[in-house]
Design a protein around this ligand. Structure first.
Ligand code: PGA
Length: 240
């Protein structure tokens, strides 16, 4: 596949002054790589206005509806209206803390596509599931249940082992290759498959060169441009 996509998931981090990090990121961007930043909703419109075409600004979740009596929720249509071009759906933190099921994730992914957003659909096993030898089966089940059906912009898949998120631990390259190969067999070509979970400057180059790794979804190391730019650069280098 072609260019890598390096996406930063800011989670619940960032205040108004954080736009300085976006500016630093923009000024250091190499060519030959696609970059996304998913700030908290409070910063989304300002980030989108500042980034223009250079960086794809995305959200971290969306409601499956369009408009309605859904206090506290924001729809994909509203995100697109605010300048978002992508949205992460089914992150394991939302699956765990907000009880999101595969069916819920699928409806969100479909709403995202209908609104013209790239849906980044997250899957990944827990440590107990991996220890039980069930990682591939769990991931296949999540993909089967949560991928969007029907028409719309292409979607992406992010493989994020739950035990690797924020832990500093990553799967071996063999394990990443095995899972990404299985996901590729299920979703076909034309869908970018990102790896996420403790990606940092020190491991990005190797991970991004593994077969069927089309990019990375980066949490903690995406908050500061100084940390994120070397990962973006590794994405640019991986296709050269
Ligand atoms: P991490 O988070 O890079 O901080 O491990 C990744 C994610 O949850 O998307």
């Amino acid at each position: 596949m072609g260019r890598k996509l390096i996406a930063g998931n800011w989670k619940m981090h960032g205040l108004g002054g954080s736009i300085a990090e976006l500016d630093a990121l923009i000024s250091g961007l190499p060519g030959g790589v696609d970059v996304a930043v998913h700030p908290p909703l409070t910063l989304l419109a300002a980030f989108a206005a500042r980034a223009g075409e250079r960086i794809m600004i995305g959200a971290q979740d969306c409601d499956p509806g369009v408009f309605g009596a859904r206090t506290g929720e924001v729809s994909a249509t509203m995100l697109a209206d605010a300048g978002a071009r992508a949205v992460i759906v089914g992150h394991s933190e939302r699956r765990a803390y907000h009880g999101e099921t595969d069916v819920a994730v699928r409806t969100k992914a479909q709403a995202a596509r209908a609104a013209g957003l790239l849906a980044i659909v997250c899957v990944g096993e827990t440590e107990a599931e991996r220890d039980a030898g069930a990682a591939l089966a769990v991931i296949a089940g999540q993909l089967g249940g949560s991928l969007p059906q029907g028409e719309g912009p292409a979607f992406a898949v992010a493989y994020e082992p739950v035990w690797a998120i924020g832990s500093g631990r990553t799967p071996t390259l063999d394990q990443i290759t095995q899972v990404h190969g299985a996901i590729r067999a299920q979703v076909g070509t034309g869908v970018r498959i990102l790896y996420g979970g403790s990606v940092k400057a020190a491991n990005a180059a190797a991970i991004l060169r593994a077969p069927n790794v089309d990019g990375a979804l980066v949490g903690g190391a995406s908050l500061i441009a100084r940390d994120f730019l070397p990962i973006v650069e590794a994405g640019a280098q991986a296709v050269r």
